[in-house]
Write a protein that binds this ligand. Structure first.
Ligand code: DGJ
Length: 682
């Protein structure tokens, strides 16, 4: 047996090379380059005892039933109704062939920005029906837990921690999107791993159409982790791809994985039209006017948004067909002459005259039965006629080239005839049938549109965060993380989403004073600081703002603009807060010379004295000056000052990371913001 290794910063993968499929012998923190890989391979060899087969079936990159693998095989396929049991032989370093079944497998590997990407490509000599094709399969760590995610509308990225146990933990998204319910992200934590310490393994499937993850402990105690496209969702054919599996490892806690994913998505995945263009302060009119479009009102709103600091204005749902509510017109992408007698140009011109860019909402994959399109082309609609609708709508069948051409022509014509450089691309219903062709269809459509309009940026939205993954982000530039503009909920959602997403792509908006999805009334300072943690935007009706609220929002927006040149490229490190009422993070600049800490107090703490907040990712020996930026936002009768309220503190990184900082006591629904600067060595 020979071996080969792949390295990305802080992680190493070691594969065995033999006559059959390779096995991953090691996946973990970087190994020394001096490591003797043959000795390592020897060290992985297991013995045999009673009750076992006479050899240990290999846990290869695609575990094979034909080799008596006792768990979930990596490939489940049929031909003419009969199951296939391939047994691959190596034909090259990364190519494998099974003559008996006519299958060829290729292993794809790339390593960039601390992330290793693996995939399988499978070709069949004659058509096969694929049930399951795993991306290259990895062994799971022998200690610790699995951190995996669930969620719902206005409650995205909920973390679940599950111990390994015999049998499978299976997470499958079968509704045509990466999904609120099962974001394709998991971390495997060694015992004791936290945000800031310990060993963590991160995995993310870059695929927007539904996936499966299986974390299985085999009867012999070995553990395997498989990811693939949702089972049984691909048409019979001869060419298959597993989707790209992104891997990261950290020996500095979950943050090491998070930062690698954040950087990789920002710097390698997202196809920025112009990397040097600052992220513009965003305004979206959805929660201000909903479907009630009126030119003068929207011009007034645009003017007010601009004076608060907005630099992009997005006209949301309601501008086309006869779209007065969500029961009709999806598919009829003609401007509604009742609402827009002179078209959209007067609003676009006004927005531009206020110094803002203009964006438009679309939901191209969908159709209402109450639309001219559905009446003209009922056979373009996917799924059974008597399907249960979602938001009164259905999916167009994007596998049809006529549908692709129609949608391209409609969008191309809107973009050609208007000065629009941003689309908010929505997707509000689940697929009526599990069908991977829809995901291929939307990716192809987005690619074609971006090629024709390379300057246009696109926001991926699916009832908020229902389609967030590196697959869709290869064609888009921003995610609408959640329809919850409730700052308390948003603080938590964006904290957990930072395990994958960088600030530059994560939209976060200042919502109405009384939140439309929770009914909470939340102070402007808190709403604005939560939005300022990511790609900042507004979504409230600016006409509701008091002078004081407008002044606060303008001040915090100005801070965001003054700092975005580094915060939009900063690493987000989640802090291990020892008070569950506090959600805190440290954003560290690329050059590591400065940082900002956001410590959000969602509810009242159990103890009277705030627990010290330990920072992370600083140089222990370096000295940092730390300033409480918003000390003047204290609105309660606290007696006595903490040191931070009296002026900056200068401490070493070691002290900041071990003793931590004592923050002033405060009400719930408030955010402390601390700025830190590394001082020159004396
Ligand atoms: C759902 C989105 O998440 C909202 O932000 C908004 O765009 C509506 N759709 C419009 O119908």
């Amino acid at each position: 047996m020979t071996t080969t290794r792949v390295d990305a910063s802080r992680q190493t993968l070691v594969f065995s090379q033999n006559k059959g499929l390779p096995c991953v012998l090691y996946w973990g923190p970087s190994l020394p380059f001096s490591e003797d890989l043959d000795a390592l391979a020897e060290a992985t060899r297991s013995g045999i005892t009673g009750g076992m087969l006479d050899a240990v079936p290999p846990l290869s990159i695609l575990p094979e039933a034909a080799r008596s693998f006792p768990g979930q095989p990596g490939l489940i396929a049929y031909q003419g109704g009969a199951p296939l049991y391939p047994s691959f032989q190596a034909t090259g370093e990364r190519t494998f062939r099974c003559d008996a079944t006519g299958l060829t497998l290729t292993l794809e590997i790339t390593a960039e920005d601390g992330v290793i990407t693996l995939a399988h490509r499978l070709t069949a000599d004659t058509p096969i029906t694929l049930h399951h094709l795993a991306a290259p399969v990895l062994p799971g760590p022998q200690s610790g837990d699995i951190l995996h995610f669930s969620g719902r509308w206005i409650g995205e990225f909920q973390a679940n921690r599950t111990p390994w146990q015999p049998g499978m933990l299976k997470r499958e998204a079968r509704t045509g999107r990466s999904g609120h319910e099962h974001p394709p992200l998991a971390f495997f934590l060694e015992d004791g791993a936290t945000n800031t310490a310990g060993t963590a393994f991160g995995m993310h499937l870059a695929y927007p159409g539904g996936h499966v993850m299986i974390a299985e402990e085999l009867p012999d105690g070995r553990r395997q982790i498989q990811w693939g496209i949702a089972t049984g969702t691909q048409a019979t054919g001869t060419e298959f791809h597993s989707a790209d599996l992104l891997l990261t490892v950290s020996d500095k806690g979950l943050n090491g994985c998070a930062v690698n994913f954040q950087r990789h998505i920002r710097d390698t995945i997202v196809p920025w039209p112009d990397k040097s263009r600052p992220r513009p302060v965003h305004y979206n009119c959805w929660e201000a006017v909903y479907f009630d479009h009126d030119l003068d009102t929207l011009k007034d709103i645009a003017t007010r948004a601009a004076s608060l600091g907005a630099e992009r204005f997005v006209l949301d749902d309601g501008w086309f067909g006869k779209r007065d509510d969500d029961t009709s017109s999806l598919g009829d992408w003609q401007i509604d002459p009742r609402k827009w007698p002179e078209g959209l140009t007067p609003l676009i011109d006004h927005v531009h005259s206020e110094g803002m860019r203009f964006g438009l909402w679309v939901e191209p994959e969908m159709v209402n039965l109450n639309s001219d399109l559905a009446r003209a082309y009922p056979d373009w609609i996917l799924g059974p006629k008597d399907q249960i609708e979602g938001r009164h709508q259905r999916l167009l069948n994007l596998a049809l080239s006529t549908v692709q051409d129609f949608l391209f022509d409609v969008l191309d014509s809107i973009l050609k005839s208007h000065d629009i450089d941003y689309l908010k691309w929505d997707h509000n219903r689940l697929s009526p049938i599990p069908d991977a062709a829809q995901a291929s269809g939307v990716l192809a459509l987005l690619q074609r549109l971006r090629t024709a309009h390379p300057a246009v940026e696109i926001e991926t939205c699916a009832s908020g965060g229902g389609r967030i993954d590196a697959g869709i982000l290869r064609q888009t530039h921003r995610v609408w993380l959640s329809d919850s503009n409730d700052a308390i909920e948003r603080l938590r959602i964006q904290h957990d989403a930072a395990l994958l997403l960088p600030s530059a792509v994560t939209g976060s908006h200042v919502g109405p004073r009384q939140c439309h999805t929770s009914g909470r009334i939340i102070p402007m300072e808190f709403r604005a600081w939560v939005a300022a943690q990511r790609h900042m935007g507004f979504e409230m009706d600016p006409r509701e703002l008091t002078d004081e609220e407008a002044e606060t929002l303008t001040r915090i927006t100005t801070w965001w603009k003054d700092n975005r040149h580094w915060t939009m490229r900063a690493d987000i490190h989640r802090l291990d807060s020892h008070d569950p009422a506090i959600t805190a993070e440290l954003q560290l600049s690329e050059d590591k010379q400065r940082f900002v800490v956001f410590a959000g107090q969602s509810e009242t703490s159990n103890q009277i004295l705030p627990r010290p907040l330990r920072l992370t990712a600083l140089e222990p020996e370096a000295r940092y000056e730390v300033t409480l930026l918003n000390a003047d936002e204290v609105r309660h009768p606290a007696r006595g000052n903490t040191a931070l309220q009296s002026g900056p503190l200068t401490l070493t990184g070691a002290t900041l990371m071990t003793l931590g900082l004592r923050l002033p006591w405060r009400f719930p629904q408030t955010m402390w913001v601390l700025e830190g600067r590394k001082l020159d060595a004396p």
